[in-house]
Structure formats: C-alpha cells, structure tokens
Write a protein that binds this ligand. Structure first.
Ligand SMILES: *[C@@H]1O[C@H](CO)[C@@H](O)[C@H](O)[C@H]1NC(C)=O
Ligand SMILES: *[C@@H]1O[C@H](CO)[C@@H](O)[C@H](O)[C@H]1NC(C)=O
Length: 380
C-alpha cells in the first residue's frame, strides 16, 4: 500500500512539475481552438501600456521608466514587471502577438485583439468606492468603463461584424478586485468590512461576463486574485509581531485567507454562470494556485528560496517594498530569482511559471490541447 501511495504521489508531483515547466505550443492549438484574437481586461497585473498613455495619470509604481521592462523588452513598456506579464504568455500560447494597449493611438494593429487593462483599475465604479470612503486613483478606469472602451473599440475596428470576431476570440476578464481590496485595507478599513465588498465585486465581475457573452464571446478566462499575504507590500504594510501570523514561506495567512474567500466566491458564481450559459466556455484562472506552486517548488524552478517574499526592486527595509523607480536604491541584479518584483507585481519569471499553470489548465477546457499529449510524460 505504502509503495502504491508513493508512486501515485510521485506521479502527481511529476505532473505538477511538468505543468510548471511547459505549456503546449503545438501549432495544432491555434487551428483546433479557432482563437484568432484576444481581449484583455484588468488592472496593473495586466496593463501593457495603457496607464502610461493617460495624460496626467500618476501612480506610485513607476512603470514609465527603467528598471521596469529591463529583462525582456530592455526598455519600459508600461508593464508593471521587469519583463512580460501573464497576458503576454497567454498570447504566446495561442500563437498570437503581444496585445497592443487600447490607448496606443499611434496606428498599431488591433487585428488580433486589444488590451484594456489599466493600472489602478478597480472592479467597482467610483461612486461605490466614494460612498464607502475607499480611495481610488483620479484617472480610475474601473471594469464598467473598460467595457465601454471595449464596445466602442469593437464598433470602430470590426463594424457590425464584431460578433464573428468575438466568437473566435478569448476574453481574459481580470483579475479584478485586487485594487479595491488593497485600497480599502491599506486605507485602514477593517477586514470584516472589506469582506462585505466581496459579493458586490463578484457581482460586478459576473455582470461584465454576461455583457461580453451578450456581445458574442464564447470563451472567457476569469482569473482569481493572488495570495495577497505573499506580496511584499502587504507584508510591509501589515507586519505582525506574532510569528504564528505567518506561514512556512513567510506569507501572512490572514490576507491569504481573505484572497481565498474572494476566489471561492468567484468560483461559485462562475459555476452558476456555466449553468446559465452552457454553450459558453467559462474557465477560472487559478493565479492563486499557480503562485503557491511557485513558492512550493521555488528552488527547483530557480528562485531564491530565501528572498521569496522580498521585492527585487525597492528601497530597502525588511521586504524591500516601498516603491520601485529608476531612483530605487535596491534593485536586485537577478530578477529571475525573485517572485515579487516591486511589492504588488511579480517578475517576468514568476509570471511565466504562473502562466504555465493557468495555460495548461485552460487549453483543454477551451477545446485546445493541453500538455503536448503524453509525450512529455512517457519520456520519464
Ligand atoms: C456604480 O455601481 C453600483 C454597484 O454596482 C451601481 O448600483 C451604480 O448604479 C453604479 N453607478 C454608476 C454611476 O454607474
Ligand atoms: C494528441 O492526441 C490526440 C487525441 O488522442 C491526437 O488526435 C493527436 O494527433 C495527438 N497530437 C499529437 C501532436 O501527437
């Protein structure tokens, strides 16, 4: 029995490791899925250059300049990372080019989709936040406003044929909520009060999904939120003197539990939505689980296990959080060994590993191949 258990266990382990290392890039993917364009919504986790093109927009993370973009693009692109973000890895997995930001009006191509994500974007509109005394950036482009951008973009780019485009597209809706929660919690709202926002935020996400379905979308990826308690900015802002507040990786359990609560509620709501729209493929994007796998197998994946919860770019302190910009006094020379990039966003390498988990899970569910059949397995 023991050896049977062990072999099952190691097989499971092997699958996880394969999942973290590879994603399918077989050309069959594109032809079988008929995904010919991609539309991305979200906040700074998914912004690929919108906020830096909004006149007067100011945000604490300085993605306008280096060291943002240093690893992959070798210049700042407006992505909140040293390189690529999950949206880029998803595009690559579908053999699509990196999406251009909607705000780029310089004549770039939108023939294979567009990115509407804006750093600082909340799920809820400004009046909801203001009524509750939750802060937001002055240029906030919350989820409902990104949908307005989307609709006008569809009309102007594809005319009346936009529903054909949408039928052969993937919509990535989120994550959303990360900014609403951070703004409320960092603004001293007690957690029980912030918990009461969760149903509103889930409702907001669900209404947005219904709207893109009504417009003609047939495949939607809906990511959950990261384990907030493992982000350097949360760890700095909510430092706890009680060692039991931390898990084995040094993450704050309380804020991970909060993120899990949001994710569970989101998954339940998606389950209901699948009953309502049985012909639409709605897939949950497990950003939380992918992140936790990266921590669990950190050293195998080349991350430095002793700096898992520290930001690569910052200005010192226990977690090196507190703002990344070209003036940062403490930028690590090896971002690929870090998970946290600037306190609230992750490195190119961390996004890469998390993307592999999300992509391997979503491709079969969208009717594409997942792992490159079993060839990767049979070679073991
Ligand atoms: C803002 O969001 C709330 C909650 O979803 C909604 O009831 C309200 O009508 C919205 N207000 C505006 C101005 O859009
Ligand atoms: C993968 O498996 C499917 C179904 O078993 C098969 O039709 C397909 O040809 C295989 N693809 C490759 C690349 O081996």
């Amino acid at each position: 029995m023991a050896s049977l258990f062990l072999s099952k266990f190691s097989f499971f382990l092997l699958l996880i490791i394969i999942t973290l290392f590879f994603h399918s890039s077989h050309c069959d993917v594109l032809t079988r899925c008929h995904i010919t364009s991609l539309f991305q919504f979200g906040d700074s986790i998914a912004d690929a250059g919108n906020v830096i093109r909004i006149p007067g927009a100011v945000i604490s993370a300085q993605a306008w300049g280096l060291p943002y973009g240093e690893t992959f693009f070798h210049k700042p692109t407006g992505r909140f990372s040293d390189g690529r973000i999950i949206a880029d890895y998803i595009a690559t997995a579908l053999s699509l080019p990196f999406l251009n930001p909607y705000m780029d009006k310089s004549g770039v191509s939108f023939s294979q989709g567009a990115n509407f994500a804006v750093a600082g974007a909340t799920a809820m509109n400004n009046s909801f936040l203001e009524e509750r005394g939750i802060g937001h950036v002055p240029f906030n482009v919350p989820l409902p406003s990104q949908l307005e951008w989307f609709k006008s973009h569809l009309q102007s780019t594809y005319g009346s044929k936009y529903s054909t485009t949408l039928r052969n597209s993937l919509v990535v809706l989120g994550e959303f909520g990360g900014v609403d929660y951070w703004n409320a919690l960092a603004g001293n709202k007690p957690e029980p009060e912030v918990r009461t926002y969760v149903p509103f935020i889930i409702d907001g996400i669900i209404s947005a999904i219904k709207e893109v379905i009504q417009l003609g979308s047939t495949r939607i990826l809906v990511p959950g939120v990261f384990p907030f308690g493992c982000l350097s900015s949360y760890l700095t802002r909510f430092a706890d003197t009680n060692p039991n507040a931390y898990d084995q990786y040094g993450c704050l359990k309380f804020y991970n539990d909060f993120a899990t609560y949001h994710n569970i509620e989101l998954k339940k709501a998606l389950e209901n939505l699948r009953c309502e729209f049985p012909r639409v493929k709605i897939v949950y994007g497990d950003y939380y689980g992918g992140f936790r796998l990266v921590f669990r197998y950190a050293s195998w994946l080349g991350f430095n296990p002793s700096t898992l919860v520290s930001a690569c770019c910052g200005s010192g302190g226990r977690y090196n959080a507190g703002g990344c910009s070209s003036a940062s006094t403490n930028v690590c020379p090896n971002p690929s060994q870090y998970v946290n990039w600037d306190g609230l966003h992750l490195t190119d390498e961390a996004y890469h590993r998390i993307s592999n988990v999300v992509i391997n899970n979503m491709l079969p569910k969208f009717g594409c191949y997942g792992l490159r059949n079993s060839s990767a397995l049979s070679s073991y």
